[in-house]
Design a protein around this ligand. Structure first.
Ligand code: SIN
Length: 486
């Protein structure tokens, strides 16, 4: 059983209209992926619960959206303070349901909270405009008004930060939200509601409906006429379906979808740095992020040195239960994710990949997979085209800048790309030529609340973080005022 300092953060009912609501259609069982134990039975909400939540959010919108931004900001800032004060417990809940090492989980809590803090400040600065008039008896202005109720579907890989990144700016702008967290990881979402409640965020502003019937709840959140905007983080395949559903009522949409990040190391790079950052971006959250390096390209003249160093760095990772001291690599989310690693490996080996390390399930338990290093990767392999979403580092070689940029761009995805070089001209050229929403040079770390995170091509629509991350929660109204006497 989980040992929390504040056991009231362990919530297992849905949070709708400021109430903890049980009932639903049974229970969602939450498993600890490190050992398979059932750690919670959470109310399994259905489409009716989602509809009730949308109606509550629509009622709350009438008052919340009219509250002066300064007052909203004070409540949201209090929510941030409570999250930070409870970061250890929130991290423990996350490690228990998601598997990531405790230090990484607490890091995610702080990362998520930083969005809430940032948007509590930012909402005070959003402004409309006065446009120079075209006639003496007229005045032209724009207002920024909250769009309305926002439906959100959030993923299991960042059970707290992806909620904070959507709900933070949404409620700061004056919108109200209904969130469907992934049923694998509902506890983090519900604990955030408990803290929002304590912060005094009014009933109906933030609602969470957990449910195993994702399709039915998803339909409510994408088609209910009272929902003005829909925001989703997850795979491109599911994003396409949800986008089509949103078309029926022409909702505003934000989509954070899949990636296939290239990680390019040129021969003039600081190789030690490139190795350290490669491990950080490849093995973060056991390889389960949309921005994990997926295709590692190393210029052939330095390939041997890079691969040797990468192998040593991977060998230093500590695979363990996320609660174990010094753990750096936890389990994958479930056995389906492990099966995918098996399939990708079988395909790669059959097509000629060389396994330098790992390549099989880890003896620690059924969701653990050995950190893996592969070379001899060819473009026809599945792992060169699909998001790996696991701890497999697959290294390819290249000869020229032009060639590697073309190979990096040869994908339907366009979320994040990384490259390492000390040549300043190349830094500019490559950053401009990569067809990605995020390019990161000489580092594998970029995530921050203060800058936009969003994909090009089929990796998504819109951005989260930075000024862009709140802009989509406002609609612009043009006011043309006539009859002015001069
Ligand atoms: C994601 O992979 O979905 C989010 C990663 C991040 O915010 O850094």
């Amino acid at each position: 059983m989980l040992n929390l300092q504040d056991s009231a953060l362990f919530r297992t009912e849905n949070y709708i209209d400021g109430q903890w609501v049980s009932g639903g259609i049974g229970h969602v069982l939450v498993h600890n992926p490190a050992n398979g134990e059932v750690i919670a039975k959470v109310t399994d909400g259905d489409a009716d619960d989602a509809t009730i939540a949308v109606e509550a959010a629509a009622r709350a919108f009438k008052t919340w959206s009219r509250m002066p931004a300064q007052q909203r900001a004070t409540l949201i800032r209090l929510w941030y303070d409570l999250i930070m004060a409870n970061a250890d417990d929130l991290g423990a809940l996350m490690t228990a349901e998601q598997g990531k090492p405790l230090a990484e989980a607490i890091g995610e809590i702080e990362y998520g909270a930083s969005f809430i803090e940032y948007y509590a400040e930012e909402c005070k600065r959003v402004k409309g405009a006065t446009i120079p008039t075209i006639a003496n008896d007229r005045r032209l202005q724009t207002y920024k008004q909250a769009v309305g109720v926002v439906g959100c579907i959030t993923p299991w890989n960042f059970p707290s930060a992806m909620i904070a990144r959507k709900a933070g700016p949404a409620i700061a702008a004056g919108c109200t939200v209904v969130i469907k967290p992934d049923p694998n990881t509902p506890l983090s979402a519900l604990a955030l509601c408990e803290l929002a409640d304590r912060a005094g965020i009014p009933a109906g502003v933030l609602n969470v409906v957990v449910g195993s019937d994702s399709a039915a709840i998803g339909k409510v959140l994408t088609q209910h006429p009272d929902i003005a905007k829909f925001s989703f983080t997850g795979s491109t395949a599911v994003g396409r379906v949800l986008m089509a559903q949103c078309a029926t009522t022409v909702k505003k949409i934000s989509l954070e979808l899949g990636g296939n990040a290239p990680y390019i190391v040129f021969d003039d790079a600081d190789i030690a740095e490139a190795i350290t950052h490669c491990v950080a971006t490849k093995f973060r959250n056991c390889g389960q992020t949309c921005v994990c390096s997926n295709r590692i390209y190393v210029q052939s003249s330095i390939a041997e040195e890079f691969i040797t160093g990468l192998g040593e760095a991977i060998a230093a990772l500590k695979v363990a239960d996320g609660f174990a001291d010094g753990a750096t690599l936890g389990p994958l989310i479930n056995s389906k994710a492990v099966e995918k690693m098996d399939e990708l490996m079988a395909d790669a080996v059959e097509k000629g990949a060389k396994v330098l390390m790992g390549g099989k399930r880890h003896e620690l338990g059924q969701c653990f997979y050995e950190p893996t290093l592969l070379t001899n990767i060819s473009p026809d392999m599945r792992l060169a085209n699909e998001e790996i979403f696991g701890p497999i580092a697959a290294v390819q070689t290249f000869e020229t800048e032009e060639e590697v940029v073309a190979r990096a761009n040869d994908t339907e995805f366009g979320l994040a790309a990384y490259f390492f070089t000390r040549d300043v001209g190349r830094v500019m050229r490559v950053s401009e030529n990569l067809e990605y929403g995020i390019v990161c040079s000489n580092s594998g770390v970029f995530s921050t609340a203060v800058a936009p995170f969003g994909g090009w091509k089929q990796s998504g629509i819109g951005s989260e973080g930075g000024q862009e991350g709140i802009a989509d929660f406002y609609a612009t109204k043009f006011h043309s005022m006539g009859g002015i006497d001069r």
